[in-house]
Design a protein around this ligand. Structure first.
Ligand SMILES: Nc1ncnc2c1ncn2[C@@H]1O[C@H](COP(=O)(O)OP(=O)(O)OP(=O)(O)O)[C@@H](O)[C@H]1O
Ligand SMILES: [Mg+2]
Length: 348
């Protein structure tokens, strides 16, 4: 039998000690020729056994609780008091402590990793933010300086430069509004006004608002509700927020679509949910970018997106808004063939 608990150890040690003592006494008496009363020997053996057991057990318990309590108090943030020391002398104290310490090491390691990631994210986020703000602010500054240095009197440029500076200001404002929205969603300050909404109507409204932009690139926008067979598909959602989700995705499909392309919004009936898909036949996205696509400031083609005014916040907002509804958003894409963004909403 393997000795695991302090009590087992005390019993075995006491037994061996007593046995050894009795044997030594017997041997000494025997060698000195004294007659041996075996009954005394047995009594002596048991007296020795019990007292050795008590002493060993007491010392062991003292040692273990003193040393291990300190360890326990450290790994449990000093929350363990004298009364509720969690180990009993009938248990495998060292084995259990080893496991606790290993668990604690694992947990601490996880926490450190989480902090490290947060720190990295924060650094990257601040870096991105200042970079993104710098671009429009420098251009505004450029236009204003030119105006101040005489451009103001030049009828050919004064108006145009002011308009460009104003566009730059709009860009910065838009970015700050996006960031503000993300921060509010993340700190759960955002309230959803959920109600029954006909998602086909909402999608049609958004599609119509993009018609002029789409026409400029000759992109065809269409709705496909036929798989469900009715134009009345009711879901539970915040109308404005889901409108914003659809706007962002449809806007992307036009921005990253091709001339003469086609964007389609489709609806699928899932068990409890409705799946809404926005599919385009545009440039598509390389698989390596897909996992990071919904991160703040993440853009696939940074130079191209900047020319088109994107900051990479759109999809981060979209993901937050869909998740605020307790739903999920996904993307499938093949480079050169097109992309499909799909999200679910609860059916009513
Ligand atoms: N339909 C799409 N087809 C191809 N690439 C896309 C599509 N939608 C998004 N992307 C890629 O994902 C990136 C992130 O999109 P997101 O909407 O978050 O940012 P953005 O459009 O660049 O800027 P913003 O929406 O903040 O103005 C885009 O820069 C683009 O590279
Ligand atoms: Mg976008």
């Amino acid at each position: 039998m393997l000795i695991k608990t302090p009590r087992q150890f005390s019993i075995l040690a006491a037994f061996l000690l007593s046995l050894l003592s009795v044997v030594i006494v017997e041997l000494t008496l025997y060698l000195s020729g004294t007659s041996i009363n075996q009954r005394y020997m047995i009594i002596m053996f048991f007296v020795l056994l019990i007292s050795a057991y008590l002493v060993i057990y007491y010392l062991l318990e003292k040692l273990i609780t003193q040393k291990i309590r300190l360890l326990y108090r450290t790994i449990h943030n000093f929350k363990i008091n004298r009364g509720d020391f969690p180990l009993s002398m009938n248990e495998d104290v060292l084995g259990k402590t080893e496991k606790e310490v290993l668990d604690w090491v694992d947990k601490s390691r996880e926490e450190i990793e989480k902090l490290r990631l947060q720190e990295e994210f924060r650094r990257e986020f601040l870096g991105n933010l200042s970079h993104e703000l710098k671009t429009p602010i420098f251009s505004i500054q450029g236009y204003i300086l030119t105006l101040l240095e005489g451009g103001l009197e030049d009828e050919n440029i004064n108006r145009a430069f002011l308009e460009r500076a104003s566009k730059g200001v709009d860009r910065v404002t838009g970015m700050i509004e996006d960031l503000d929205l993300i921060t509010r969603i993340e700190s759960e300050e955002l309230e959803l006004n959920t109600a029954k909404v006909n998602i086909v109507d909402l999608a049609r409204e958004i599609v119509e608002s993009f018609e002029i932009k789409a026409q400029k690139r000759n992109v065809k926008l269409s709705l496909d509700w036929k798989r469900i067979g009715s134009q009345e598909i009711n879901v539970l959602c915040d109308r404005d927020k889901i409108g914003q989700v659809l706007s962002n995705i449809i806007n992307n499909s036009i921005n990253y679509g091709v001339e003469n392309g086609h964007t389609e919004v489709r609806f699928f009936d899932l068990e409890d949910n409705i799946l809404i898909e926005v599919s385009d036949d545009g440039v598509g996205i390389k698989e390596e970018h897909l996992p990071r696509l919904f991160e703040r400031f993440y853009r696939v083609d940074k130079s191209r997106a900047r020319n088109e005014g994107g900051t990479g916040l759109g999809l981060a907002i979209v993901k937050h808004l869909v998740e605020a509804h307790g739903q999920t958003i996904d993307v499938r894409s093949t480079e050169g063939q097109g992309s499909t963004f799909s999200f679910t909403l609860k059916k009513v």
